[in-house]
Design a protein around this ligand. Structure first.
Ligand SMILES: [Zn+2]
Length: 150
């Protein structure tokens, strides 16, 4: 795994004016993470923009998201991606609230339902490894606040 520290240049093409962001002294690993969050936020921005336009809004002021930890999204990277993507759009300047949600699973042997972290999914009741994920991969927009024209 590449973990060299050094300047990492990320060129975001096709958004706004084509923006080049310098992440000074960031592990190169972040590049991969950030691409993931950019993809997720592109989807969110599409939904938010459409909803705001349908409501006749002039500006989006506040967005709340619920994000399951199993998406492997990182809160800071989501905020960074949002700031980069929203520049020059109806969403620019909006406050982004990210609520990270714990994953949960159901045991296929004893039926127990429980929360866990990203790496330990074994049933805490009977220690069965046969479980199904019931929460943690979702990414949901909880609320959008907008300014309407006077
Ligand atoms: Zn069990």
């Amino acid at each position: 795994m590449q973990t060299d520290r050094g300047a990492c240049f990320l060129l975001i093409e096709g958004y706004g004016r084509g923006k080049c962001v310098l992440l000074a002294d960031a592990p190169l690993l972040h590049y991969t993470y950030l691409m993931h969050e950019l993809g997720l936020m592109t989807g969110v921005m599409g939904v938010v923009t459409q909803a705001a336009e349908e409501a006749g809004a002039v500006r989006v002021t506040d967005i709340s998201l619920s994000v399951g930890e199993m998406t492997e999204a990182i809160e800071d990277a989501l905020v960074f991606a949002f700031e980069a993507l929203s520049e020059g759009t109806i969403c620019e300047g909006a406050a982004l609230h990210v609520n990270m949600g714990k994953p949960a699973s159901r045991c296929l042997e004893c039926g127990a339902e429980y929360e866990h972290d990203r790496f330990h999914m074994t049933c805490p009741t009977c220690e069965s490894p046969f479980t199904e994920l019931i929460a943690g991969k979702e990414m949901k927009i909880d609320s959008i606040e907008v300014d309407l024209p006077d």
